[in-house]
Design a protein around this ligand. Structure first.
Ligand code: PLP
Length: 432
């Protein structure tokens, strides 16, 4: 007889109040923000905090150039605009990502083309990417999902063969390494998010990064109203002339100061996430049917999210993976575990990509040639679909692994083992 589960009226395993809310905010973070207010400069592209942050982050990842932006989405958009993409151009990205990876493509007036994922790493499958390339493909955006770098060498090799650039969506992967180098500037351009849920939180914000002088110059123009960036800080004679349809994607000083302070602890926080992930992975290894995240030997994972895959047949259960997932989710949460789902379908299944516009399925806000008819088949991404149906996250955006003490992991494992032992009974109870 297994111990009574909390969902069946037993005592929850994880003591209330022991999990720490993200981000961890220390006195030095507060002092950094107060110093901005004391200085009295709260915005501006050449303002001191933004300028210092750009340099410090560029140094941190080993990039030549970094522009602070108001979000990761806008950083991605700037990368595409810097390439001068035209309406109807196709940009390949991952079917499994946050919506913004695809929205930024639409914001640049281009068409997202989704590739399926590798079932072990959950990142873009290079073989599928290759099949999707057409004469209209203008860029590939691999996503370092959950903090694990994508197969950059394979993707760059495909891109090089076709003469197209690669843009890293590193919004979830600050400090992750691929072949001993931090991701972000390992391809043409990269984008990071500083959203409050990220490993480097700033409230909201982002970075555009590159090693290419011409691209940073173009991105900067689009970042600030389409103006020439070399005249922006001319107090007397800034011309204010727009040369292209620019946006206002600048950062702000208070978030920049907060982010600078957090950047000093990024490695420490990533190390805490990695050691907590190691505790979970070790503790789950005796549970057939629960597979911890896979990390290839040539890269490091920052575990912004820790996703476990579920295989009911390996648990000896005759149940649909989605039902098992939901059952586990409810039972773990009742035990006090911060288990969540995050996205539950691949991006092409979103209503945005399923609507018919009257233009043969074309997007109304792009102007593709009349012969173009983009339709998204939600069933064309079997790996992403099966992952999202049969997996869940341990730790949430509010309580990620990076913010928790190791004791929390011990309780989480205790709860997972307890629920695992009671699963057969739970399944049977549900079937009645
Ligand atoms: C993979 C990915 N891409 C893009 C973004 C967009 O970043 P932001 O929210 O800063 O616009 C996010 C996060 O929100 C993300 O997780």
């Amino acid at each position: 007889m297994s111990e009574r589960l909390a969902i069946q009226g037993g005592t929850p395993t994880v003591p209330p109040g022991i999990q720490q809310v993200w981000p961890r905010i220390l006195p030095e973070d507060k002092a950094a923000v107060m110093a901005v207010l004391d200085r009295g400069i709260i915005g501006g592209a050449d303002a001191p905090e933004a300028t210092a942050l750009q340099q410090e982050f560029a140094d941190y990842i080993g990039a030549r150039y970094c522009l602070a932006t108001n979000s990761g989405t806008s950083a991605l958009q700037l990368a595409l605009l810097a390439l001068d993409v035209s309406p109807g151009d196709e940009i390949i990205t991952s079917a499994f990502s946050f919506s913004a990876s695809a929205l930024a493509i639409l914001h640049a007036n281009a068409i997202p083309i989704f590739a399926d994922i590798d079932p072990r790493t959950f990142t873009l499958d290079p073989k599928h990417v290759e099949q999707l390339i057409t004469p209209r493909t203008r860029a590939i955006i691999p996503v370092h999902i959950h903090g694990l770098p994508a197969d950059l060498d394979e993707i760059r090799a495909i891109a090089d063969r076709h003469g197209i650039p690669v843009i890293e969506d590193a919004c979830q992967a600050h400090g992750a390494t691929y072949k001993n180098r931090r991701v972000g500037a390992l391809a043409s351009m990269g984008a990071f998010s500083l959203n409050y849920t990220k490993s480097l939180p700033g409230g909201e914000g982002g970075f555009f990064v590159t090693n290419d002088e011409a691209l940073v110059e173009r991105a900067n123009r689009f970042r600030i109203f389409g103006e020439r960036s070399d005249r922006l800080d001319d107090e007397l004679f800034r011309p204010y002339h727009s040369y292209v349809i620019g946006w206002n994607h600048r950062s702000q000083e208070m978030p920049a100061a907060f982010t600078r302070s957090q950047l000093r602890r990024l490695d420490e926080n990533n190390a805490r996430a990695a050691s907590n992930a190691a505790i979970l992975t070790e503790g789950l290894k005796d549970l057939p049917g629960i597979q911890p995240p896979h990390v290839p030997a040539d890269r490091t994972h920052t575990f912004q999210k820790y996703r476990v895959r579920l295989y009911p047949e390996q648990m000896g259960l005759d149940i649909d993976p989605q039902r098992l997932r939901n059952m586990l989710l409810r039972a773990l949460r009742a035990e006090g575990v911060e288990a969540v789902l995050w996205h539950t379908t691949p991006l092409p299944a979103y209503p945005l990509f399923q609507q018919r516009t009257g233009y043969g399925g074309q997007f109304p806000w792009t102007v593709p040639p009349a012969s173009r008819d983009i339709t998204y088949d939600p069933n064309a991404y079997p790996e992403a679909t099966s992952l999202l149906h049969g997996s869940l996250l341990l730790g949430s955006e509010r309580y990620p692994l990076s913010g928790q003490d190791a004791t929390v992991m011990t309780y989480v494992l205790e709860a997972v083992h307890k629920v695992y032992a009671g699963l057969e009974e739970l399944v049977a109870a549900e079937k009645v």
